[in-house]
Design a protein around this ligand. Sequence first.
Ligand code: NAD
Length: 446
Amino acid sequence: MDTSATSSPAPEAADTPMTKAAPIEVKEFENLYEMAVAQFERAADMTDLNPALRAILSQPKNEIIVNFPVRMDDGSTTMAKGYRIQHNNILGCYKGGLRFSPLVHLDEVKALAAWMTWKCALADLPFGGGKGGIQIDPTQLSRSELERVTRRFTHALGNNIGPDYDIPAPDMGTNAQTMVWMMDTYMNTIAYASKNVSRHVVTGKTVASGGSLGRDEATGRGTVYNIASWAVENGVDLQHCTVAVQGFGNVGSYAARILQDEYGAKLVAVQDHTGSIGNKKGIDANELAGYVEQDGGVKGYGKADEMSAADFWTAECDIFIPAALEWQLTSDNAPNMKCRIIAEGANGPTTMAADKILTENGIEMIPDILANAGGVIVSFFEWTQNRRGETWYLDEVRHKLKRRIADAYDRVTQTMNHYGCTRREATSIAALNRVAQAYDERGIFP
Ligand code: NAD
């Protein structure tokens, strides 16, 4: 069966640009969800969205909070708080990652769930948006404690997740092993004959347990394919480009490695939770990834110099990839950034005030819902393979991913030209138009 990508209608590039919406007051929000709503409102204003739809899409459909006990290795019991937010499912099942972090809170997960709705719509996937998390520090738990937290959380969510309803995936602090524990727990709570047709209850699993080849690298690879589209559009030779990355976990390290190995770019600065390092002659991204895996962070890596956080943010580079937390690029550090383009591997790394400063300074931006869509795109491939009982070759996965990213990138460019707006506004508008079209066609029940 043909699994090639399809495009939703996009405005013609040659269209006369539409008038820009009135400038909005740009402020530093203190709440991530308020920022996500402000971004949505901006797109709604620019597309003249009808008020009913504006109200529907301004809040999640379901907000699930579970408190559950976990047995610790020392025999004590601790209570954990878990979230699953289901923002919208007009285009398909709720889809989105699970974050394990002590900083997880309701409004953060609500923002991330809303961005998943827009990300899936922009990538033309038959998915809606969801996100979840547990307020724990995974680095402080043993493997067996992590397993018990994950399994108990899955059990507490019960029928709120399901292979054709809501499909979690890895995010910060979770990985393929977390997903396998979730899948196994879910499979053991349903009818025996349904077990093996329910593997797609989560994506991002290990390959042995039903994951897709290429899912581990997918988000970073998608970020790189976006950068490659931008480079072609702007006549930039990536072989002569330098790269700085914040966050050297799944997304950041794969993006750096692929840019280096397949496009010849040079990694010159890296920051993670342990510190910042730099080397103008280049840092071998593969070697650094091995070091980080062993030592838990970039600090102490011998073939680069330690640098201050201030020096990291002002490092000369062509491409800057934030791939750690939200709200890292702020009005404090944005004015001094010296890169040419920022590709947001992380979700929500740039505040709205910083975004305005960067735009005014001529720094281009590939926004999160486009730049890090590779993860959910390959999650869709995994889900599809599980449903069909298929396994795809790695080159097949990469080829399909590249095509979908290029397609989404082009759609955003066309939307930018049509509306005469920034790339960030265009990503929101293109996604919103797709969701709005589905609502227009289906109407409101009853
Ligand atoms: P990860 O846990 O693998 O890596 C996170 C990295 O961020 C680590 O290198 C960590 O040291 C660094 N970090 C944490 N706190 C920091 C701080 N205060 N300062 C600097 N660095 C810090 O997580 P990941 O999966 O790579 O996710 C990173 C970002 O990408 C998140 O915003 C996530 O939502 C987003 N994202 C991930 C995926 C995916 O498939 N994993 C998909 C889409 C978006």
